[in-house]
Design a protein around this ligand. Structure first.
Ligand code: HEC
Length: 129
């Protein structure tokens, strides 16, 4: 009983932040690094005209991740995230993946223009020439 009250108090003080440590939700930043790593592999495969690896379903859906700054998750973010996820899936189904992959990277950049401009140049380099 006392422990419960204490945890409740800590929860209120930290704005619920303490519970994040216990939740299964992955971090948004870590998820982005996974997406970036995958995009590098896909770029190499497309440039070398190799068969693409299978769609890697275990990269978390960015809409259900914990952002460093909760204000990142706006309506616009959700719409752009949905489009980005749709394009990512389409790469693996495309007969010619190159244009779809480049559209996918453009959609990463588009969101970053309004949400997190830091890595834009790095992301642009992922495009297949
Ligand atoms: C719908 C918006 C959106 C899309 C689409 C998106 N990002 Fe992000 N990205 C963000 C936000 C917001 C952050 C900041 C996350 C945080 O710190 O919690 C971020 C963070 C990152 C970071 C980490 C930057 C750093 O050093 O902290 C990298 C790298 C990154 N994204 C690459 C990508 C790549 C590559 C793609 C596409 C394959 C992509 N992103 C698609 C919004 C997006």
């Amino acid at each position: 009983m006392k422990t419960g009250m204490l945890l409740l108090a800590i929860g209120l003080i930290t704005g619920g932040g303490i519970w994040k440590g216990f939740s299964e939700k992955p971090g948004m930043r870590e998820t982005m690094f996974q997406m970036e790593a995958e995009a590098k592999v896909l770029k190499k495969a497309i440039e070398s005209r190799l068969t693409l690896p299978v769609f890697y379903d275990s990269i978390p859906d960015m809409r259900h991740t914990i952002p460093t700054d909760p204000d990142e998750v706006t309506e616009g973010y959700k719409v752009m995230a949905e489009e980005n996820i749709r394009l990512r899936k389409a790469i693996f189904k495309a007969g010619n993946p190159k244009p779809v992959f480049n559209r996918y990277i453009t959609s990463c950049v588009k969101c970053h223009e309004s949400h997190c401009p830091g890595p834009i140049n790095r992301i642009l380099k992922l495009k297949v020439q």
